[in-house]
Design a protein around this ligand. Sequence first.
Ligand code: SAH
Length: 417
Amino acid sequence: MTLEPTTGPRTILDISHRSRPGHGPQPEPDGGRRSLIGLTRPELAQVLSELGVPERQLRMRVGQIFRWLYNRGVTSFEAMTDVSKTLRDLMSERFTLDRLDIIEEQISADGTRKWLLRLPAAGPLGQRHEVEAVYIPEEDRGTLCVSSQVGCTLSCTFCHTGTQTLVRNLTAGEIVGQLLVARDRLGEWPEQLAANPTPPVGGRYITNIVLMGMGEPLYNFDNVKAAMEIVSDNEGLSLSRRRITLSTAGVVPMIARAGEEIGVMLAISLHGTTDEIRNKLVPLNKKYPIAELMDACRNYPGLSNARRITFEYVMLKGINDSDADAKRLVKLLEGIPAKINLIPFNPWPGSPYECSDWERIETFAEIVNRAGYASPIRTPRGRDIMAACGQLKSASERLRAKTRKALDNQAAEAAAS
Ligand code: SAH
């Protein structure tokens, strides 16, 4: 089975048969051993101390292991050649270096890549959930869009993820793991890069991270924080926090903490300019209305013209796209260093909205622009592989449902004959 609904994209890796019904139960991941991926420095130091590493060596050992895991991308303890064999053996008895399994990789005609990933840790019923990560190459950057939860509790009415009922927080390791897997597939580890005759942007493929995949990152604060510590650690994946953007639907009480404790750039999914409209689009607004959200934005630590908040605004025909909406938007943003990202709505089967007409979007952008705000219209990327906003995992689920049906039919036919 491949996930190719159209002709453009290439599926270069297809191991999805492993998840087919009737293929037998999945093996339990490594008999209860935890993955070392995703432990912060203090957590790793604690683990090493329990394994008998003397206090005075802890700092150095943690640094070594961080470099192996996140700088070199090793997938086995044996590869950690400057760590003693005794310690390597001790670590491998209790821990794994499990990442997420790639179930599917799709490459769009525009270079966007989407991975369907199976999480290493099983859920309470033994099921192993899946999430998606998307890589979007642009001329001056390469952005990885990562998920923070399986599913989402927010039920934004225009977002497909909100219709999925299953929800669990990703662990820090599962968040960092998305980046490791992306680096594997893109060939971004030092040896692979050295062998690459055409260096990508600034010698890297992934220069930016956006927490804009599935889930609400501020509902999974601790794990997102730990993951971003590792991602931005100089001996870890060393991505500057200014190149990490956390997108929230507006969990107001956590916004200041995101600034103070995680220190990332902020994006707000605004989408509506009155509480009446926003209540419908982003039901979380009933709990944290626009005025409170704007206050939290105004007080976001470290804001300046060089460090602006991005406001995401999905363009929905006849709902939030009038001139009056654009003017109210400008008014709301007064005093906040901001840029506005206008997102053409991505329809999904059964979605109750339509995307605004192109002319309408341009007129809207112009009003916002004339008021002095950058208001780029986000070009849809990876549409041919359903990699666009709010569509993650939906295509694969639908296709899988189809496959299941086909298999059921086959089984029924076999039984009847
Ligand atoms: N929960 C977080 C991050 C996930 S959504 C948040 O709400 O910000 C990432 C972005 O995609 C959000 O701005 C969301 O509103 C937008 N989005 C979701 N579904 C969409 C769709 N069908 N079309 C366009 N944008 C969508």
